[in-house]
Design a protein around this ligand. Structure first.
Ligand code: T3D
Length: 263
């Protein structure tokens, strides 16, 4: 058995990253943060990677912070959670949101605490029907972190964000999809084939255009219509010079399938 807490493989334009502490539902230790940071740096530098998959090994996706790293004996100094967020969770979320390729999250099981919000930081979230999302922070006296207070109200509205965050109830994958928290919920046996088909599609897509789309959609959260129109103009100007745009138009005119290179 591998003692790596993060598994990484890259082939045919698809980078696959698997959180690998299944006996602890892939909860985060310092080692796992270090290994994930290193792997994501590799993904970022891999010019052949056109899409990233993030998933978990075993029956869970990720149960957030490993709480056995947080137990403090009476009289001991508490762990500085601010430092943990600053050094680990914050950069992780920002990295996921800025990779030069689309990021797919396959939620194979429970996603709790930071694990839920790491999934929500990804571009396309597909969950197995047996998976669930839990804002577990309220059960240990914390606030939703890893972007939870940002993503939740934007994705599902303040009322549902408040309920999820204050009650810490288990939200089924189906309900998450129905509420618009995630892209799709599929039967458990369909998760791998559905995700594989999506990855194959994205690995052949005009990568730069997709990354620019993510940028513009995220920017809209706090922007005016004028600012978005300006950004769309600037991005179209940039993308209009790309090889993939030329190829897309040429393929349309020639009535053939495009061959995008991600450039
Ligand atoms: O600290 C900082 O750096 C600040 C940042 C914090 C970010 C956070 O994520 S805070 C929130 C931390 N996470 C949680 O509070 C979730 C804790 N886990 C659970 O509530 C439950 O395990 C689940 C609802 C996720 C799943 O429940 P269930 O019944 O399916 O599984 P289980 O039996 O509870 O868990 C299986 C094993 O994984 C079990 O170990 P055992 O009994 O088989 O030896 C359990 O202890 C372990 N496990 C699950 N989550 C964690 C964990 N061990 C350590 N830390 C965990 N977070």
């Amino acid at each position: 058995m591998s003692d790596e807490t993060v598994l990484y493989a890259s082939a045919s334009g698809i980078a696959r990253v698997t959180l690998n502490r299944p006996d602890r539902l892939n909860s985060f230790t310092a080692q796992m943060h270090d290994e994930l940071r290193a792997v994501l740096a590799e993904v970022k530098a891999d010019t052949s990677a056109r899409v990233l998959l993030l998933t978990g090994a075993g029956r869970g996706f990720c149960a957030g912070q490993d709480l056995s790293d947080r137990a403090v004996a009476p009289g001991d100094a508490p762990v500085d959670l601010g430092a943990s967020i600053e050094n680990n969770y914050r950069p992780l979320i920002l990295t996921l949101r800025s990779l030069p390729m689309p990021v797919v999250c396959a939620v194979n099981g429970v996603a709790a605490g930071a694990g839920a919000n790491i999934a929500l930081a990804c571009d396309l979230v597909i969950a197995a029907k047996s998976a669930s999302f839990i804002q577990a922070f309220c059960k240990i006296g914390l606030v939703p972190d890893s972007g939870g207070t940002f993503f939740l109200p934007r994705l599902v509205g303040t009322a549902r964000a408040m309920g999820l965050s204050m009650l810490g109830d288990k939200l089924s994958a189906q309900q998450a999809a129905d509420w618009g928290l995630i892209w799709k919920c599929v039967d458990d046996v369909e998760l791998t084939p559905t995700v594989d088909a999506l990855l194959a599609q994205l690995a052949q897509a005009p990568t730069k255009g997709l990354v620019a789309t993510r940028r513009a959609l995220h920017a809209s959260a706090n922007a005016t219509l004028e600012a978005q129109l300006d950004q769309e103009r600037d991005l179209q100007r940039e993308l209009g010079n790309s090889a993939d745009y030329r190829e897309g138009v040429a393929a349309f005119i020639a009535k053939r399938a495009p061959h995008f290179t991600g450039r």
